[in-house]
Write a protein that binds this ligand. Structure first.
Ligand code: F6P
Length: 360
């Protein structure tokens, strides 16, 4: 056993199912195996910016019941880049040195950050600047982080979107309607293609493959000719209008968020096909709830592996899932490769092979 350590753990970016399961795994490995101290940092890097830093000492008994609990017990945020932090007077300030100071004030030997590509990039930059010993764990329902086949939260989101399609199927058939399900995923179509295949969608629209309304309407007519008077369409939120414009809405702090492509398509499909259309925007339901068994498993494996990296003093790495096992890669490599759906990959070929319309 190595020297006694005090490590910090934080969750950053949008929440998802499985975050608490990672926290549990980290504490069980760090305290249970290595007899280290673990401090949970509240509200992502904001907890390190606060004075005194906002932390909760974590013990195995406390985190043991968290395996199935959604959200994050530490809180999180997907706003407030510390390098351009929005101040009350409307200015942006670089507050990175306060976070680095927070790490020192707590006497941390290492920091585990559970985040998506944006959060991992910020934490990597902070670690470089402040000499912090950082290890990353990938999470995001979008599954868009490079060099890992899995990110925590994705599988649960796919399960939820698939269940939504299963439910829409019956009501679509009963009313002979075209049902459009808009799902999240930011700039990647991973949720849409996976749930679309698993949930038996007739049309899957993803940002990686351009579509035309004509081809969607042709699919609707073809189904009608076979006596199938309904159609299930799943669309990723970042799919653009026919003229290539993103469909977004303004959220707080001036940030743009995707949303509305489902209604855009519903109006145009109704106009061009005469079909009755309805839209379901799944939204944050995809991030909530009990993590799937696969997400619990990934979270547990990532948590243990991240602590083991710290035991080896192997820093500035992110744990990843590759070829059926957990391996670590440099954080810089993972964040440099944004992962989108491969238009020539297995899932797209599968969808085409099943006769699913991809809009092209
Ligand atoms: O990155 C996760 C995600 O849920 C995206 O799929 C979505 O575009 C975005 O976050 C929504 O962000 P917010 O929670 O700020 O609405």
């Amino acid at each position: 056993m190595g020297a006694q350590k005090r490590i910090g753990i934080l969750t950053s970016g949008g929440d998802c199912a499985g975050l608490n399961a990672v926290i549990r795994a980290v504490v069980q490995r760090a305290v249970g195996t290595y007899d280290w101290e673990v401090l949970g940092i509240r509200q992502a890097t904001r907890g390190l910016m606060a004075r005194p830093p906002q932390v909760i000492p974590l013990e195995p008994e406390q985190v043991d019941p968290l395996l199935t609990v959604g959200g994050t017990m530490l809180g999180t945020t997907n706003k407030g880049d510390p390098f351009a932090y929005p101040m009350p007077d409307g200015t942006l300030r670089d507050r990175s040195s306060e976070i680095i100071e927070g790490y020192s004030l707590l006497g941390l030997d290492a920091l585990i950050g559970i985040g998506g590509d944006g959060s991992l990039a910020i934490l990597h930059r902070l670690a470089q600047q402040g000499g912090m010993n950082f290890v990353g764990i990938p999470k995001t329902i979008d599954n868009d982080i490079g060099m890992t086949e899995r990110a925590i939260g994705f599988d649960t989101a796919v399960n939820i979107a698939t269940e939504a399609l299963d439910r829409l199927h019956f009501t679509a058939a009963s009313h002979s309607r075209v049902m459009i399900l808009e799902v999240m995923g930011r700039d990647a179509g991973h949720i849409a293609i996976s749930a679309g295949i698993a949930g038996g969608a007739d049309v899957i629209l993803i940002p990686e493959i351009p579509y035309s309304l004509d081809s969607i309407c042709r699919k609707i007519y073809a189904r009608q000719e076979r006596g199938q008077n309904f159609c299930l369409i799943i669309v990723a939120e970042s799919v653009r209008t026919e003229t290539g414009l993103p469909v977004t809405k303004l959220e707080c702090e001036g940030q743009q968020r995707y949303g509305g492509i489902g209604q855009y398509l519903a109006d145009r499909i109704a106009a061009c096909s005469g079909a009755e259309t309805r839209v379901t925007v799944l939204g944050h339901v995809q991030r909530g709830g009990i993590p799937s068994p696969l997400d619990r498993l990934t979270a547990s494996a990532f948590g243990v592996a991240a602590v083991d990296l710290i035991a080896e003093e192997n820093y500035d790495r992110v744990v990843t899932w590759q070829n059926r096992q957990v391996v670590s890669v440099p954080v810089a490599d993972a964040i440099a490769r944004y992962s989108t759906v491969d238009p020539n990959g297995t899932l797209v070929k599968t969808a085409r092979g099943l006769g699913i319309c991809l809009g092209s």
